[in-house]
Design a binder for this molecule. Structure first.
Ligand SMILES: Nc1nc2c(ncn2[C@@H]2O[C@H](COP(=O)(O)OP(=O)(O)OP(=O)(O)O)[C@@H](O)[C@H]2O)c(=O)[nH]1
Ligand SMILES: [Mg+2]
Ligand SMILES: [Zn+2]
Length: 313
């Protein structure tokens, strides 16, 4: 995927004046947003009213308003965008111009493989690499660790990279740092798995208010309220996002869904029915692969749940 900067794009003819500047969106608070200008300065901006929703990571064009703030006048073309469906099934962008989706999970809160699968499908649909990070390994004794590795083996077995970390005792940080350097990554996952804690380790200078809110509320929940982009000291960007209880995929066709399960690829086109959807059809090659232990039954179940969910929308 290209990571070309907005400044290398040809300028659009409309709305461009001599005062137009480039910037990258650091955080969108709703009413206002913070952008980083081409000199690295943070500028508070508002969006021109006719613009589509602006998200973290967007490359934008803006104009100074004269009082130290700015007005975003254009969103540059996106290389990639991670989206979700809202409760009314409208597709909502979450972050743009990503190279990698880092799915953070733990055993506290419990590992939710269906959620992990949905993020992997989202990454496959966006065309960016997923990386699975299992955090809080300090909480696991050797038998709990072995049981967890067994559950995660599905992912490693089909070629997804899995890293084990502990933000508590600093395990796995060099590997994580290496996987993030030079890229734009977003950390996603349930609330409380340790996304912000990992970022704090990677960016010790930043005072992320980890756990303050959870301590105050006693809920341990939603300590991160707005998706925010941080610059990594070794190069690259890391986007922290608020934890979710659920993640609903944006619209995907049946063929997009089956293609997003990479271990199905060898079997697609080999089912008895050319339009087999691998639900309950006879002589389904994907179901056959499950019988032969070549495909995980749990992954096929996730696929089926996603097909059924996409039919009901
Ligand atoms: N034992 C242990 N606790 C951790 C670890 N990482 C984070 N925590 C704790 O888990 C809690 C949640 O951590 P956060 O970093 O706020 O989690 P988050 O994923 O950013 O949560 P949201 O912002 O709500 O999505 C805090 O109390 C952290 O101290 C870890 O590796 N081990
Ligand atoms: Mg957080
Ligand atoms: Zn089939």
């Amino acid at each position: 995927m290209s990571s070309s900067k907005a400044s290398s794009n040809p300028p659009a003819r409309n709305h461009t004046t001599s005062t137009t500047r480039n910037g990258v969106v650091i955080v969108n608070y709703g009413k206002s947003l913070l952008i980083e200008d081409s000199h690295g300065a943070l500028v508070r901006c508002v969006s021109r009213r006719n613009l589509d929703p602006i998200v973290c990571g967007d490359r934008i064009a803006w104009e100074p308003a004269g009082d130290g703030t700015g007005v975003v006048i254009r969103i540059e073309a996106r290389d990639s965008v991670l989206s979700r469906a809202d409760s009314e099934n409208r597709t909502r962008p979450l972050a743009a111009n990503l190279d990698q989706i880092v799915i953070v999970a733990a055993t506290d809160p419990p590992l939710d493989e269906y959620l992990v699968d949905k993020y992997i499908v989202a990454a496959e649909l966006v065309g960016v690499q997923p990386l699975l990070v299992i955090n809080k390994t300090d909480l696991l004794d050797s038998s709990a660790r072995a049981a967890l590795e067994q559950r995660v083996a599905d992912y490693a077995g089909i070629g997804y990279r899995v890293l084990y970390t502990s933000a508590m005792n600093n395990t796995g940080m060099p590997e994580l740092e290496q996987a993030l350097t030079g890229r734009t990554s977003i950390l996603v996952g349930q609330s409380g798995v340790g996304k912000s804690s990992l970022i704090k380790h990677l960016l010790p200078a930043l005072d992320i208010a980890i756990g303050k809110l959870s301590a105050a509320s006693g809920q341990g929940r939603h300590t991160t309220t707005a998706t925010t982009l941080y610059k990594l000291p070794g190069g690259g960007n890391l986007i922290d996002s608020p934890g979710v209880r659920d993640f609903r995929l944006g619209h995907a066709t049946a063929s997009e869904l089956e293609s997003s399960f990479r271990e199905f690829h060898n079997y697609l086109g080999q089912c008895k029915f050319h339009n087999c959807r691998h639900l309950a059809e006879p002589e389904c090659a994907v179901a056959g692969a499950v019988q032969q232990n070549r495909v995980s039954p749990r992954r096929l179940e996730s696929y089926r749940q996603l097909v059924v969910a996409s039919q009901s929308t």
